[in-house]
Ligand binder design. Structure first.
Ligand SMILES: NC(=O)CC[C@H](N)C(=O)O
Length: 399
């Protein structure tokens, strides 16, 4: 592993004209995206390769990044999806027995432009007050242009509000994740159809290790594609972009709910369930990103420390059960709320087998407090399977 001292000048430019100066990190050139901060103290490899970060420039609040290098096992997808990367101090020499490359090399290999030596505390305070905003990193030749020109190009990029990024990150082809390949050697009893809107690799793994076969389907899968898999339940993944643009997916979820097929959604999948039920979604000022986000489970009163990465949220009433705006779906409860700011972190349907969370129970990286939600989904699938079996038996009996 080579330790390179980087000396090229780099600039981080925000849409409001504020400029932070630093040194280059990773690839040299220009990166445009929405500047957001993440409070995770570890797990930078998983963060960078999480497809939900497409179109975003990540600012790490933890001041020393790259300490444990990068390995071939911890990536959450086949590439870095973050549009750019901002750190205070980049580790020059990683130290970990699993490290295979430096993070600097990995950013260069992925052609991801970064910046180091930035006062990330000042930057985070600014984003916290002013909100996530359009930004750009410019290094090498690109950093020599007049600041007004850089601010202009930052402002000309499309906004995250209204962005539909599912086609960009989703698998082009359906594929199957087999429990046997994930350490499970029992009988496979359940099949899940997982709609990939930018799914992290750990998610199908969490199903497979519990003996659930996962048919991963592209973002535009139809209801027929879903039923053709013989799925006992339908899962919608995390993913980048504005949930207000997920019209195709919202329609599919409504068909799934109408058919009373068990549904489980994570993050984008929570926002899509919210919209399918008739609620709106809105953009948060600066979002929740990190692996130390406290959430209250209202049913048990327990607090889960969770992994999160979202800039939008569902707008639903937080007190008690109420009929969904589309009342054919019956009663809905906001099941989880953020203990930092009261934002909706989960939805639970009382009359149909559907629930979702805004955070990441697959936890890669992050604490495993919420992994029991995968078991809850399996319980819902078991109940639906039993009901189907009983109905079939009694119909046969009547004949
Ligand atoms: N991780 C996710 O699924 C993010 C969902 C959505 N793109 C948001 O920013 O809120």
């Amino acid at each position: 592993m080579t330790a390179v001292q980087r000396t090229e000048q780099a600039l981080l430019v925000l849409e409001d004209g504020r400029v932070f100066r630093g040194r280059s990190y990773g690839a040299i050139g220009t990166a445009l995206g929405e500047a957001v901060f993440s409070t995770g103290m570890s797990g930078y490899q998983e963060t960078l390769t999480d497809p939900s970060y497409a179109g975003q420039i990540i600012v790490q609040t933890f001041p020393h990044i790259g300490n444990t290098g990068v390995n071939d096992e911890d990536a959450e997808s086949s590439r870095i999806w973050a549009a750019g990367y901002v750190v205070r101090e980049a580790a020059r020499i990683p130290s970990n027995w699993r490290a295979q490359r430096t993070l600097d090399e990995e950013l260069i290999n992925g052609d991801v432009v970064g910046i180091q030596q930035v006062d990330t505390r000042a930057l985070t305070r600014h984003l916290r007050e002013a909100g996530a905003m359009k930004s750009g990193i410019f290094s090498g030749e690109a950093a020599t242009a007049p600041i007004e020109e850089l601010v202009k190009s930052v402002n000309e990029q499309p906004s995250m509000e209204g962005a539909n990024l599912s086609a960009l990150v989703s698998t082009k082809q359906a594929y199957i994740v087999e429990p046997a390949d994930h350490g499970f050697d029992g009988e496979v009893k359940y099949t899940v159809a997982a709609i990939d809107l930018g799914m992290k690799a750990m998610t199908p793994h969490r199903f497979a290790e519990r003996g659930v076969r996962v048919h991963v389907l592209p973002h535009d899968a139809s209801f027929e594609d879903v039923t053709a898999t013989g799925a006992h339940g339908v899962f919608f993944s995390n993913g980048p972009g504005d949930p207000a643009t997920a019209t195709v997916q919202v329609e599919l979820v409504r068909q799934v709910l109408d058919a009373k097929i068990p549904y489980f959604g994570i993050c984008f999948g929570n926002q899509i369930l919210g919209r399918a039920l008739g609620y709106g979604t809105y953009k948060l000022r600066f979002g929740h990103r990190g692996i130390n986000q406290p959430v209250l489970d209202k049913a048990t009163g327990k607090v889960e420390i969770t992994s999160q990465n979202h800039g939008f949220a569902v707008d639903a009433p937080r007190e008690g059960a109420a009929n969904a705006p589309l009342d054919r779906f019956g009663r809905v409860e906001v099941s989880h709320i953020s203990l930092n700011d009261g934002v909706v972190e989960g939805l639970y349907c009382l009359d149909i087998p559907a629930f979702s969370v805004q955070y990441h129970p697959e936890a890669a990286s992050g604490p495993h407090d919420a992994s029991h939600l995968f078991d809850r989904f399996i319980t819902n699938m078991a109940a639906a399977k039993n009901t189907a079996a009983t109905t079939t038996d009694s119909t046969q009996g009547e004949k």
